[in-house]
Design a protein around this ligand. Structure first.
Ligand SMILES: NC(=O)c1ccc[n+]([C@@H]2O[C@H](COP(=O)([O-])OP(=O)(O)OC[C@H]3O[C@@H](n4cnc5c(N)ncnc54)[C@H](O)[C@@H]3O)[C@@H](O)[C@H]2O)c1
Length: 107
């Protein structure tokens, strides 16, 4: 069975809640994680057996092996990361809220 490969950006509290769901699905495999904290991503990767880590979210967004980006950062980063991932052709799961205010969507 082909599995969709997942990269998680921001590996704090809510990412720990997402991980059992990803692990339970026969259709997904988390293959990479990114966090601005090296310690946080190392600890998370060891706990969940994830081989690829980075402190630069672009490494995941530009990784052609990744199908789904799971955004679990603080709110201010949701919109730019979601747009970058979508523009890279990824499926995106984004924690709420998508943006801090509605104004970010207006041009
Ligand atoms: N914790 C919850 O129960 C809960 C519930 C619902 C929604 N959320 C949402 O989940 C999001 C994250 O909340 P949390 O509680 O997991 O926060 P957290 O502080 O526990 O984790 C956030 C992680 O993101 C990392 N990070 C910060 N900026 C980053 C960046 N630019 N790139 C990559 N990593 C970055 C931090 O180092 C940290 O490890 C928030 O949007 C929050 O609203 C959380």
């Amino acid at each position: 069975m082909t599995t969709l490969k997942v990269g998680v950006i921001g590996v704090g509290g809510i990412a720990g809640t997402h991980m059992p769901g990803w692990a339970a699905s026969p259709h997904t495999e988390v293959i990479a994680g990114s966090d601005i904290s090296q310690d946080a991503v190392d600890t998370w990767a060891a706990k969940w057996g994830v081989a690829q880590t980075s402190t630069d979210s672009a490494d995941l967004i530009n990784n052609p092996d990744i199908d789904i980006i799971d955004i679990c950062t603080p709110n201010n980063y949701h919109t730019p990361l979601a747009i970058a991932a979508l523009e890279a052709g990824k499926h995106v799961i984004c924690e709420k809220p998508l943006a801090p205010t509605e104004k970010i969507f207006k041009t």
